[in-house]
Design a protein around this ligand. Structure first.
Ligand SMILES: Nc1nc2c(ncn2[C@@H]2O[C@H](COP(=O)(O)OP(=O)(O)O)[C@@H](O)[C@H]2O)c(=O)[nH]1
Ligand SMILES: [Mg+2]
Length: 385
């Protein structure tokens, strides 16, 4: 049975049944550009819900109870809509989303939260597909949340993810959801964390957060997962793979990926090198020594080993109390991040601030006022000084 679940039609874009390739649905205009085909590939629906080839119909709004029961019952369509709700920036949606999350919260926290990062092209999506399929064969339910801040620039990377995870997305018990890009990293982080809670309440016991290793987002993902895996490829350069900027120090496991064919020797050498590097670093998690492993999604090499190591990590960190400690710290830090974000949003939305800030910007830019004095004045204007 085809049980691909997503997502894109939830964001207002018509989607088509995944399992039945059709070059173009009938609603595509004659002169449509390639983007139309792109969107068709991105969407997926459980079979039987929408007649094939028909555009998605506007669905009835769900009540709080509908959301809660649907999510707790593990209904992938409701899960997708619940995530859309938490992603919405509309105040009415946000209020409903928070009520829903409060009801779901007692049912969260049971999943293994795994973050996977690596430079573009490291093979993250391909690996996650192989890894996810392996987990599902072992009886797990797997949700993949892909954060891809680069996609607003490059345009197509989410599409590539969707196509590559096609096998996984067809499996019963898999849920794949790209987080909409755009907006601040803080906003994306909130949405991903809340999407994670929704997935946990729906009974997904492994949550994988994929993120492209560019900029700050590794740190953001590290702050919301239990186990952080950095995927590397031999010969891509230390600088690029974040070795110099300390990404390795965040990792609970390094995976030298694409260890297949002619690449095996180089990958093995890179593994030895990374083991030496790790030897000198503090482990990301106290009491756990970060391993460097080899894997290939192409041949399947190392996929089961990565899972064994993951399970081992959870056993170790649970027994030592590190897992619990990390989650508590993360929750508190998240609260502070939300406070900071809300304060910032309130501040910039204030009419008094809007009226005054331009003048002070000019004064600071022209060197007539020190930045600190201007900042303090603005806080007073906003009633915070
Ligand atoms: N040889 C080899 N190629 C791979 C492997 N995994 C992915 N690739 C290729 O590497 C490219 C990037 O893969 P992708 O999963 O999209 O990388 P991502 O950007 O990190 O998500 C694609 O052309 C894949 O076919 C692997 O295990 N071995
Ligand atoms: Mg990818």
């Amino acid at each position: 049975m085809v049980t691909a679940h997503s997502s894109f039609e939830e964001t207002g874009t018509p989607a088509l049944h995944h399992g039945c390739p059709q070059p173009r649905p009938d609603w595509v205009p004659e002169d449509a550009g390639p983007a139309f085909a792109t969107w068709v590939l991105q969407g997926a629906r459980p079979s039987g819900l929408v007649p094939q080839g028909k555009p998605a119909v506007r669905r009835k709004p769900l009540s709080l109870e509908d959301y809660v029961f649907g999510v707790l019952g593990g209904d992938p369509m409701v899960v997708a809509r619940a995530i859309t709700l938490v992603e919405s920036n509309a105040p009415a949606h946000q209020e409903l989303a928070q009520q829903m999350l409060e009801k779901l919260l007692p049912h969260t926290g049971l999943a293994k939260r795994i973050g996977i990062t690596g430079i573009p092209g490291a093979g993250k999506s391909t690996f996650i597909e192989a890894f996810g399929c392996h987990l599902i064969e072992e009886g797990h339910r797997v949700a993949v949340l892909a954060i891809d801040p680069s996609s607003s620039i490059s345009g197509g990377s989410i599409l590539a993810d969707k196509v590559r995870m096609e096998k996984l997305s067809r499996m019963d018990g898999a849920f794949i959801r790209p987080t909409p890009s755009g907006g601040s990293l803080g906003g994306v982080a909130r949405k991903t964390r809340e999407a994670m809670l929704v997935c946990e309440a729906a009974g997904y016991d492994v949550i994988i957060v994929e993120t492209v290793g560019v900029g700050q987002n590794e740190v953001t993902v590290r702050s919301m997962v239990d186990f952080f895996l950095v995927l590397m490829i031999a010969g891509a350069g230390d600088e690029m793979q974040g070795i110099k900027k300390g990404v390795i120090e965040l990792a609970d496991a390094l995976v030298i990926n694409k260890a297949d064919g002619e690449n095996v020797a180089r990958a093995t050498a890179a593994q030895a090198e990374m083991r030496r590097v790790l030897h000198y670093l503090h482990p990301a998690t106290a009491g756990w020594s970060t391993p460097a492993l080899l894997a290939s999604a192409l041949t399947g090499r190392g996929v089961d080993e990565v899972w064994r190591v993951t399970e081992d990590y959870f056993k170790t960190s649970r027994a030592s109390g590190e897992l619990e400690r990390r989650r508590r710290t993360q929750a508190v830090e998240w609260m502070h991040a939300l406070i900071a974000e809300s304060l910032r949003a309130k501040f910039y939305a204030s009419a008094e601030v809007k009226a005054r800030i331009g003048v002070l910007e000019t004064a600071v830019a022209n060197g007539r006022k020190p930045a600190m004095a201007a900042a303090l004045e603005m806080l007073k204007v906003a009633g915070l000084g």
